[in-house]
Design a binder for this molecule. Structure first.
Ligand code: BYC
Length: 469
């Protein structure tokens, strides 16, 4: 079904034929806009931003580009097309028809999964609210706003499911998604990473590299769900998500490139001299990678999880790209897990969070290989690495243990004394903050980051991607 833009809420779910649902969502819409006004990008409501807007759910040519004021962005409800005859691809009901409605016995678990997913979307917009003031270029500013409006749309995606399939509880949850706020002492966002401040662009690139990649993995596993409307929603969200990770990967790549240029100019790799020249030394970048990677690793939940086992067995949440596996039931398999108490044989169903975390870490390596190649080509020995999945954990069996980024257990005092060798110290953050001087002349870049290889949608890098009012 094509997207109907004549409607107050653009959609491809034939909203006009369900008056009750349409009214309920039209009632929620002004609350969303109020939230955007108060918690979305501050002070840029009048700017014209070169944004893409979804025009169909086809993977090819699905968006059109043009100058839009963000509050006028057409947030809507877009589900990937239904696959006729789709059956459940994993768990104890494997092979049965997928569900078009929520089975009563899975209602609260599905609602929890959808609310948790939905909560991250506005949370990220809140975290990034002030970044526009410190942008390194108009190109980057536009990318930030593109991500922000799409995270807003992902909130719509989850709110649609809550309204359409969960009755009054769903409507209440949809309201609460606008009432919790990132970092709020009384009503924080649900998952830890989404309460961390993002007050500089280095953090933004790390967040979009690591945390949006968790989004990719979680959305892929929900796209396998037996609850078909959830699967279809997540499939289209993944199309939008790719750009967010692109911003992270190229953003960090451009920081590395610029640092290497400065190292060459100065003929040194001494951090103090690189900093004095206004660039990010590689050990400092490593600390930011350690911080955001370890925080994002928590987003997979505990290594041993009865929630994960039940969600899989019941067909609610699969593994990313479930079809690549041979065994889709996993009743007779175990996995050896390293725990602080030693190696343990755990039923595979209970270890699925860890399985997903491991494949996520492999995916995270791809960018590192690329950045390290650039460092190697420039003739330096330094290599960026990912921290061990035991480092700085707030969830699961390694929670709170004094483990270094290589995974080695240390005496507590040594760990505390050395922590800022591995994650940014207050001084590191102050320095990075000092680099964040806003650059808004078309084509110009801040001194700590190289220009991108190309612009957006075949436009030149010096195109005026944001016209500030
Ligand atoms: N922080 O058995 P456990 C994205 C809770 S990112 C706080 O260990 P489970 C995006 C857990 O809720 C993707 N609490 O784990 C990216 C549970 O609480 P209850 C977001 C946590 O349930 C960038 C308890 O601990 N999507 O889209 O197997 C920008 C025990 O749970 C955390 C999803 O997460 C944590 N880190 O798995 C914008 C998908 N971890 O229920 C967007 C939906 C666990 O006992 N969510 N807990 O009170 C899920 O699939 C699961 O809820 C989780 C946790 C994977 C998060």
């Amino acid at each position: 079904m094509s997207i109907d833009y004549a409607e107050k809420i653009p959609n491809n779910v034939d909203l006009a034929h369900d008056r009750t649902l349409q009214r309920a969502l039209e009632h929620w819409q002004p609350h969303f806009l109020e939230w955007w006004h108060e918690m979305g990008p501050s002070d840029f409501e009048k700017a014209d931003v070169y944004l893409r807007t979804a025009t169909s759910v086809d993977a090819k040519g699905w968006a059109s580009y043009g100058a839009v004021k963000m509050p006028d962005y057409r947030w809507g409800i877009f589900l990937a097309d239904q696959q006729p005859g789709r059956t459940i691809g994993f768990g104890d009901q494997m092979g049965q028809a997928v569900w078009q409605q929520v089975p009563g016995e899975h209602r609260s678990t599905l609602r929890r999964l959808i609310v948790t997913q939905g909560d991250t979307e506005p949370a990220s917009v809140e975290q990034q609210r002030l970044l526009g003031h410190l942008c390194p270029s108009l190109y980057d500013l536009r990318n930030l706003f593109q991500i922000n409006v799409e995270e807003g749309r992902h909130l719509w995606a989850m709110v649609y499911l809550l309204h359409a399939y969960f009755g009054r509880d769903g409507r209440e949850e949809a309201e609460e998604l606008l009432e919790r706020h990132s970092g709020d002492a009384d009503k924080p966002r649900i998952l830890t990473t989404f309460n961390e401040p993002i007050s500089d662009w280095l953090s933004l690139y790390c967040f979009t590299y690591f945390t949006d990649r968790d989004g990719k993995y979680q959305l892929k596993s929900l796209a396998e769900s037996a609850f078909d409307p959830l699967s279809r929603t997540c499939r289209f969200m993944l199309t939008e998500e790719a750009h967010h990770m692109f911003v992270g990967e190229t953003g960090i790549g451009r920081v590395v490139k610029r640092t290497l240029e400065v190292m060459k100019e100065l003929g040194t790799d001494e951090p103090a001299k690189i900093r004095a020249r206004g660039a990010v030394d590689l050990p400092l970048l490593q600390k930011y990678l350690n911080f955001w990677c370890s925080s994002s690793l928590d987003l997979f939940g505990s290594e041993i999880s009865s929630n994960a086992a039940a969600s899989f067995a019941n067909g609610l949440k699969g593994r990313p790209d479930e079809a690549q596996y041979e065994d889709h039931v996993l009743r007779d398999v175990t996995l050896k897990l390293d725990t602080p108490e030693g190696e343990q044989d755990v039923p595979m169903l209970n270890a699925l969070n860890e399985v997903m975390r491991e494949s996520y870490l492999k995916d995270c390596e791809i960018g590192l290989k690329r950045w390290n190649r650039a460092i190697e080509r420039a003739g330096h020995d330094f290599r960026l690495t990912l921290p061990s999945s035991r480092f700085r954990r707030s969830i699961g069996s390694w929670v709170g243990l004094p483990v270094d980024p290589r995974g080695k257990l240390l005496p507590k005092e040594e760990y505390l004394r050395r922590l800022h060798e591995w994650v940014p110290s207050p001084e590191d953050r102050t320095f990075v903050r000092s680099l964040m001087q806003r650059v808004i002349e078309p084509g110009k870049m801040a001194g700590w980051i190289a220009p991108p290889d190309r612009g957006i949608n075949n436009l030149p890098v010096d195109y005026e991607y944001v016209h500030l009012a």
